[in-house]
Design a protein around this ligand. Structure first.
Ligand SMILES: Nc1ncnc2c1ncn2[C@@H]1O[C@H](COP(=O)(O)OP(=O)(O)OP(=O)(O)O)[C@@H](O)[C@H]1O
Ligand SMILES: O=C(O)[C@@H](O)C(=O)CO
Length: 417
């Protein structure tokens, strides 16, 4: 293995696994840190953790364990993957995890670059944009767990860590001045270098520059240029066919993002759907039983169960019942519902939301996921080759076109996309 990735959530891990696979790397995604040794010959291993919203000390401990497994299994370079919208609170976890990994790997500095231009996330002058809006005006300021209220990544990161934060401006990157910026940063004691990038070419250039870096941190875009540093190149048509699954499929959504809200509205028009609200989750057993009943009675119609709600409803419910408590209850319900639906014969699962996907995927135990073709930018088909074999689409909250759910369920059947 050449490249080892620590992903702070499940959909994000699928996103970077997809990027690495597209760049030609033989990639496996793991649900949590594996216990045994790496059996197969692969180029990249992505360990999907669910550390984005846990307490910082816990995120650090889990990330270090993943890093140690990756290094013990041959990883020459470690990537810490977080969200392209830098989802985190002022307490962490990006800063504390990056700091711990720098120390663990004895690295002098690491890049910080959430840019993902294909999904319209760009970094310029240290500020993160989503499309033509600053991050803090993009809808991310309403996120249920990690409201992003400051678009200046240097400032946001500085709240999370004592480490000195530096900056690699776009002009320096493009004019070949990155090494000089790194040398100056080392002299100034700067350890985390927020890098501007507004195009894929910028990210590929960053990847090349980071060839000798032991640690790199960023969104999935940062991985675009890494495989070629190890002599790995794309194989045309490699992931076009896969053995999918024709058995019943269903959709679960705990994401409240703007893209998911549009996708829910589009899918509800013509497909069976059921909403769980905050009142429902206070009685989890009843919510699971009625959710399962609904799924089974619409088994062949691709039923959708969602908790997705408008920002005003989410914040009212959080004020009444507590943010963490509600998130935990929804996640437990979705995970148990998924496990019961699979026991009832469902084999295709589409899940929207990173935290929600983490809870659902973990319900099937520690396992390795094969990375299939891309459904929409940043969302691959994932195959859990266990007993039973499952075809999964784990969608990041803000990813995917409006008709994503219908196309994803269809693509999970397999064959050519
Ligand atoms: N109606 C609701 N009220 C309060 N919290 C909710 C509600 N619906 C979902 N949640 C919680 O909000 C969180 C949504 O996070 P999740 O990561 O699943 O989606 P996302 O942030 O849109 O996706 P991503 O992280 O991939 O961008 C989950 O913890 C979920 O349980
Ligand atoms: O980077 C992104 O936006 C996604 O891969 C993600 O992490 C969403 O949870």
């Amino acid at each position: 293995m050449k490249i080892g990735v620590i992903g702070d959530d499940f959909t994000g891990s699928g996103d970077i696994a997809n990027t690495l696979a597209k760049a030609g790397a033989r990639t496996v995604q793991y649900v949590g840190t594996p216990s045994g040794h790496l059996a197969d010959e692969i180029d990249a291993a992505v360990i999907a953790l669910k550390t984005r919203s846990v307490e910082a000390g816990d995120a650090v401990a889990q990330s270090l364990a993943a890093c140690r497994w990756l290094v013990a299994n041959g990883a020459e370079q470690i990537v810490f993957k977080y969200c392209s919208t830098f989802d985190s609170t002022p307490q962490g976890n990006i800063g504390p995890v990056a700091q711990a990994l720098l120390e663990e790997l004895d690295a002098p500095l690491a890049l910080v670059c959430p840019a993902f231009p294909a999904n319209r996330r760009t970094v310029y002058n240290g500020h993160l944009f989503v499309g033509d809006r600053l991050l803090s005006e993009s809808g991310m300021e309403n996120h249920p767990l990690t409201p992003m209220t400051d678009p200046d990544i240097r400032r946001w990161l500085s709240r999370q860590t004592q480490l000195k934060v530096g900056h690699l401006p776009l002009e320096s990157l493009r004019s070949g001045g990155a090494e000089a910026v790194f040398n100056l940063a080392k002299r100034n004691g700067e350890k985390l270098i927020v890098a501007d990038a507004i195009t894929d070419d910028d990210l590929i250039a960053l990847g090349k520059i980071a060839k000798t870096h032991r640690l790199i941190t960023g969104g999935s875009g940062i991985a675009m240029g890494l495989p070629s540093n190890f002599g790995i190149h794309p194989v045309i048509g490699d992931r076009q066919r896969f053995a999918g699954n024709n058995r019943p499929g269903f959709i679960l959504s705990g994401s409240c993002s703007s893209a998911t809200r549009r996708q829910i509205a589009a899918y509800r028009n013509g497909h069976p759907s059921m909403q769980l609200d905050a009142a429902d989750v206070l009685d989890p057993d009843a919510a699971i039983a009625s959710g399962l009943d609904f799924l089974v009675s619409h088994k062949d119609a691709g039923p959708l169960v969602y908790s997705t709600a408008e920002p005003s409803e989410v914040s009212a419910a959080q004020t009444r019942h507590g943010r963490e408590r509600l998130a935990g209850l929804f996640e437990t319900i979705f995970a148990e519902l998924a496990a019961k639906a699979v026991a009832a014969g469902f084999r295709r699962l589409v899940v929207a939301g990173g935290e929600t996907s983490g809870a659902v995927a973990s319900a099937f135990g520690a396992s390795a996921l094969e990375v299939g073709p891309e459904i929409d930018t940043g969302v691959p088909v994932l195959i859990l080759d266990g007993e039973p074999r499952l075809a999964l689409a784990l969608k990041s909250g803000n990813f995917g076109a409006d008709d994503f759910f219908e196309r994803a369920l269809d693509m999970l059947k397999g064959g050519a996309p």
